[in-house]
Design a protein around this ligand. Structure first.
Ligand code: KIV
Length: 280
């Protein structure tokens, strides 16, 4: 049976019915096409692409043009999966007008179904304006990698009562501003549980425990394709780096030993006739 693309009302219904929402990142056509053949409802074209695809130290250098380039490729590969396009650092932070314009680009040029942006209470007006423009917004609070430097690094957030309250209030403000879902990153599981119970919109956790309405992981972490930095909350479901290395070493050895290409990978012809004709 063909996969039915998720919708925002469908995601709200999933929360009400206690069905977990599954999201994973993707940044290119082939992996998007594979995800499209699975039960995973949402693809996030995350700005994590800066680290796992482009080799930057963090997500800060990622540009709007890079996000649009990768979002377009994912959309071409995954026609039946709901696509979330990330707004990169400084593409929505300067003014509400800038935020609406760039959210529009992710939708119109990239082809995403919604945008995601990092930030809580301080970005409630920005979220409200983007939603008013007709663009669905997924919020992202807790550990917000774009501002990791201001947070003192890639650290668990909301560990003390005061910062837990701040994150709780961020969640309420974003729901009130019209966000249709929230990513909760790297916060204690009990705080995520309380926020999830309080909100009407779904929470999607990454390092936020099992009580969120859904989960998201970075594809390259999940598949074992990125080991420069592996947070505690990552579970590796495969060791694709080993498989890729093994395949490439076998290819290299077979080329060296002339096992590849074999006759089945070659086009036949009559060497003698060819030599006679070419006089060689
Ligand atoms: O960019 C990204 O991949 C993200 C996830 C970590 C949620 O924002």
């Amino acid at each position: 049976m063909a996969k039915v693309k998720a919708t925002i009302p469908g995601l709200l219904k999933a929360k009400k019915e206690g069905q977990k929402i599954r999201m994973v990142t993707a940044y290119d056509y082939p992996t998007a096409a594979i995800i499209d053949q699975t039960e995973i409802e949402l693809i996030l074209v995350g700005d994590s692409l800066g680290m796992v695809m482009l080799g930057y130290e963090g997500t800060v250098p990622v540009t709007m043009d890079e996000m649009i380039h990768h979002t377009k490729a994912v959309v071409r590969g995954a026609r039946n999966t709901f696509i979330v396009g990330d707004l990169p650092f400084m593409s929505y932070n300067v003014s509400v007008e800038q935020a609406v314009t760039n959210a529009g680009r992710i939708m119109k040029e990239g082809g995403a179904d919604c945008v995601k942006l990092e930030g809580g209470l301080d970005f409630a007006d920005t979220v409200r304006a983007i939603v008013r423009a007709g663009i669905p917004v997924m919020g992202h609070i807790g550990l917000t990698p774009q501002t990791a430097s201001a947070l003192g690094g890639f650290k668990v957030q909301g560990k003390d009562m005061e910062s837990a309250r701040q994150i709780y209030e961020d969640a309420l403000a974003l729901e009130e501003a019209g966000a249709f879902a929230l990513v909760l990153e790297a916060i204690p599981a009990p705080l995520a549980k309380i926020i999830t119970e309080k909100l009407h919109i779904p929470t999607i956790g990454i390092g936020a425990g099992v009580h969120c309405d859904g989960q998201v992981l970075v594809l390259h972490d999940l598949l074992g394709l990125f080991d420069r930095f592996v947070p505690k909350f990552v579970k590796r479901y495969a060791k694709m780096d080993d498989s890729i290395r093994e395949a490439l070493n076998t290819y290299a050895a077979e080329v060296a030993s002339q096992v590849f290409p074999g006759p089945e990978h070659s086009f036949s012809g009559n060497e003698d006739e060819l030599r006679k004709y070419l006089k060689v």
